[in-house]
Design a binder for this molecule. Structure first.
Ligand code: NAP
Length: 422
């Protein structure tokens, strides 16, 4: 029986699905001892700090993650940063294979003037802020103006626009960070534009997300009917199923405009951002449109136009992704998830993707190295194990129960470590 030691760097969906694939590839000839290493004191990646808090059903996949982690050959090493604390090369020496599953945490930028003004930020900052990510607690999110613009037409833009446009008390029964709920309750924002540079037939968001918008109890949703009618003509007689489904959902919204609420979320199509205006802070966005330039005043601009990977020493990057061939990077180094293929697909997409890479990894394996593991590289780090993470998890859920929420997340690293008993 060959026992292979595998290190997975990054405890998000792609990392867990890689671990699950390896568990499923275990047979009478080989077993896998899996060490999952995570920079934060808490695992679950985007399921914890990306998925919108008003979408709790999507987060139930965390039960699958915990089942994977309950295997006796699985260990969690959270609160350990690869690249600074320990190098990728050190892991490669010790483990039979190292899998990078670190995602794409950086927001892409527009590259237009004014992008660095106060009040202009990326969804890569805004989303972890409202999701209680410890690194984003103190970020400056000015919510004092009456209008916000979200640039982009994907599901992240949709999440961001919805979070800004909903009545904040709708977040009370969610695990949104307390600091974010407090800020939203004090926010002056009443009008939220979501702008797409192309027409509705090219929108990247999906119809389930569109269909739930009219269910917002305190928000008008506005889509110009003419925009959709023109898009239906452009899409032709046999549009793709997803496009048709999106156009149908948008037409339904356009035909049933609501106007009784104080808050409004409005879709703009064929609006290409040219410049963000302002001197000390954001004052508006200039768009080029088929009818010429248009300026929309606002005090907050959030770009949700895609993500890219963050560099880790020892890993080759290009175009915001880890350079790879079908997940193989070099020697015994592999990559899965958004770091591999870019930021596309839903959480479940990572299951098939990670499984395919693990099949290649297993093909590449020789005899086990028996060269030790990460525990020999840890010197000063305070490590959160699976058992200790479970203590955090239980404390968060218990704190949530008292408030009618699924959990209350601590945003201070030291507090998280204290909950872990460290
Ligand atoms: P996305 O789906 O790729 O959408 C990116 C959007 O940004 C597109 O509308 C794109 O427009 C626009 N864009 C790109 N560059 C731009 C520029 N320079 N100026 C203006 N607009 C620009 O990415 P995402 O929204 O970040 O989502 C990532 C993945 O996560 C997607 O697969 C998404 O479905 C998934 N996700 C799913 C959920 C859910 O299931 N509820 C929630 C969140 C995210 P063009 O098409 O014109 O390039």
């Amino acid at each position: 029986m060959a026992a292979y030691k595998i290190a997975i760097v990054g405890a998000g969906p792609a990392g867990y699905f890689a671990a699950q694939a390896l568990q499923n590839l275990t047979d009478e000839n080989r077993v896998f001892e899996i060490d999952m290493i995570e920079r934060l004191p808490t695992p679950w990646g985007l399921v914890r700090s990306g998925v919108a808090p008003d979408h709790p059903k999507i987060k139930t996949v965390s039960k699958v993650f915990e089942k994977i982690a309950s295997d006796e050959k699985f260990r969690l090493f959270a609160n350990v940063e690869i690249g600074s604390d320990i190098s990728v090369a050190q892991l490669q020496e010790k483990y039979d294979a190292v899998i990078i599953a670190t995602g794409t945490p950086l927001g892409k930028s527009l590259g237009i003037p004014g992008e660095n003004l106060r009040g202009s930020l990326s969804a890569a900052v805004f989303v972890p802020w409202y999701n209680a990510h410890p690194d984003f607690v103190g970020v400056d999110i000015p919510l004092d103006a009456d209008t916000a613009i979200v640039i982009g037409a994907g599901n992240v833009a949709m999440d961001v626009a919805r979070m800004l446009a909903l009545e904040p008390s709708e977040l009370d029964p969610t695990d949104t960070a307390d600091h974010a709920i407090d800020s939203f309750k004090k926010s002056n924002i009443r009008k939220v534009y979501m702008s797409a540079r192309r027409g509705p037939e090219h929108a990247a968001f999906t119809s389930p997300e569109l269909r739930e918008l009219p269910k917002l109890e305190h928000t008008n949703i506005l889509i110009q009917k003419a925009d959709i009618e023109e898009a239906i003509v452009r899409a032709g007689d046999a549009p793709e199923k997803d496009v048709k489904s999106n156009l149908d959902a948008m037409l339904l919204i356009a035909e049933n405009p609501k106007s009784e609420h104080e808050r409004t979320m409005q879709f703009l199509f064929q609006h290409t951002p040219k410049e963000i205006l302002g001197t000390d802070r954001v004052e508006g966005v200039v768009y080029s449109t088929p009818n010429g330039d248009v300026t929309i005043k606002c005090g907050l601009v959030i770009t949700a136009i895609g993500y890219q990977a963050d560099a880790i020493d020892g890993i080759p990057y290009n175009n915001g992704k880890v350079v790879n061939t079908d997940g193989r990077v070099k020697e015994n180094l592999y990559v899965v998830g958004w770091a591999k293929r870019g930021p596309s697909g839903v959480i479940g997409t990572n299951k098939s993707d990670s499984t395919a890479v693990m099949e290649l990894l297993v093909e590449d394996l020789k005899s086990p190295k028996n060269a030790g593991d990460i525990s020999e590289l840890l010197t000063h780090q305070v490590v959160v194990s699976q058992e200790q993470w479970q203590k955090i998890n239980e404390a968060e859920v218990a704190a949530g129960e008292a408030k009618g929420k699924p959990r209350v997340k601590s945003v201070i690293r030291d507090e998280l470590l204290k909950q872990a008993g460290l």
